[in-house]
Design a protein around this ligand. Structure first.
Ligand code: SF4
Ligand code: SF4
Length: 275
C-alpha cells in the first residue's frame, strides 16, 4: 500500500493530507520531556519519543492532517479542540478501514507536531505554531502506526517555503508581548499558561477565549484563505463557561473530547475569574 492507495481511503473521510514515512524518533520531544517542558496532558498521556521502540511491529507512520475554519475573532471560543476531536473520530473510521483490509494499524501515542517537523513537514512561524502549506496554522494532526507489506515512502519534501520574512503581524497582535524580534517566549504566552493552577494575574487580565488564545492565528497571513464560521447555538450553549463550572460538562466534552476535561474546566475558571 502506498500514499496513493492511502489517499483513496482518506478521500471519502474528507482527510486531505496523508503521508507515509518510516518510524522515527523525536530528539526534541525526548529533551522536552526530560526537562519537564511538556504540558500536563501530554505528560499524563506519556507520549513516546521513539516510535520504533514503542511500536516495534510497525514499519510505517501514517501522518494525517486536516485544516479547520476559525470562529469569528472575538467570539470567545477556540475552534481547535472541536476540530481536533472531529478529526480524531474520522481517523477512527480510517483505522477501521485499514483493519478491514487486514492491515495492523494503531493510533500512535507520539507528539504529532514534533513528528511532523522531524519528517520535514510544515514549519514553525514566529508565533511558534506549526503551519503546513497550503493549509496554514489551523491544522489538526493525527499519526497512525501501520504494518504494511513493502511500503514505498515519498521522498522527504523540501521544507515549506513559508518563512515569516519581515512579517511582524502576530507580534503586534499579541496581547501579552509574547512575540518579539527574537521570536516566541512561552513564559509570556497565554497559550502556554492558560491551564496553570492558579492562573497568573497576567493570564486573568488578558484571557478572552475558551480553550486557548486566538490572536496570533487570527492575523497570520498563512491563514488568510480561511473564512470564519459562526459556532452554532448548541456549541455556544455547550461551551458556556458558567455551564461548564456548574458541572453540566457532558455536552462540552462531547464536542472537544473527554481528554480535554481539565483544559475545559481550567479555561472556564480563567474566563469567569472564579479562582
Ligand atoms: S497564543 Fe496569544 S499570547 Fe500566545 S503568542 Fe499567540 S497571541 Fe500571544
Ligand atoms: S503573523 Fe507573520 S510573523 Fe507571525 S507567524 Fe504568521 S507569517 Fe509569521
Amino acid at each position: 500500500m502506498q500514499n496513493a492507495e492511502i489517499s483513496v481511503l482518506c478521500r471519502p473521510l474528507d482527510i486531505p493530507f496523508s503521508r507515509l514515512i518510516p518510524p522515527l524518533s523525536s530528539p526534541s520531544w525526548a529533551a522536552a520531556r526530560a526537562e519537564g517542558r511538556v504540558d500536563a496532558v501530554a505528560h499524563e498521556r506519556q507520549l513516546h519519543a521513539d516510535t520504533g521502540a514503542a511500536y516495534p511491529w510497525a514499519n510505517v507512520l501514517l501522518l494525517l492532517a486536516q485544516c479547520y475554519d476559525p470562529f469569528p475573532a472575538g467570539c470567545g471560543i477556540s475552534p481547535y479542540y472541536i476540530a481536533s476531536n472531529t478529526f480524531y473520530h474520522k481517523t477512527n473510521a480510517l483505522l477501521d478501514a485499514l483493519q478491514e483490509r487486514d492491515i495492523r494499524a494503531e493510533r500512535a501515542k507520539i507528539p504529532f507536531r514534533a513528528v511532523f517537523l522531524e519528517a520535514g513537514i510544515g514549519r514553525v512561524g514566529r508565533n511558534a505554531l506549526l503551519s503546513i502549506e497550503p493549509y496554514g496554522t489551523r491544522v489538526a494532526l493525527q499519526v497512525l502506526a501501520l504494518a504494511l507489506e513493502d511500503p514505498i515512502f515519498d521522498p522527504i519534501p523540501a521544507r515549506d517555503a513559508w518563512g515569516c520574512g519581515s512579517c511582524t503581524v502576530c507580534q503586534d497582535a499579541c496581547p501579552t508581548g509574547a512575540i518579539d524580534e527574537s521570536g516566541w517566549h512561552g513564559e509570556r504566552c497565554l497559550r502556554a499558561h492558560y491551564y496553570d493552577d492558579p492562573p497568573p494575574p497576567w493570564v486573568l487580565a488578558h484571557a478572552d477565549t475558551l480553550l486557548g488564545c486566538e490572536h496570533c492565528q487570527n492575523v497570520c497571513p498563512r491563514n488568510a484563505h480561511l473564512r470564519a464560521v459562526e459556532p452554532s447555538a448548541e456549541t455556544r450553549a455547550a461551551l458556556d463557561p458558567a455551564r461548564i463550572l456548574s458541572g453540566d460538562i457532558a455536552p462540552a466534552l462531547t464536542l472537544v473530547g473527554k481528554n480535554q476535561k481539565r483544559h475545559l474546566i481550567r479555561s472556564a475558571v480563567v474566563l469567569t475569574k472564579r479562582i
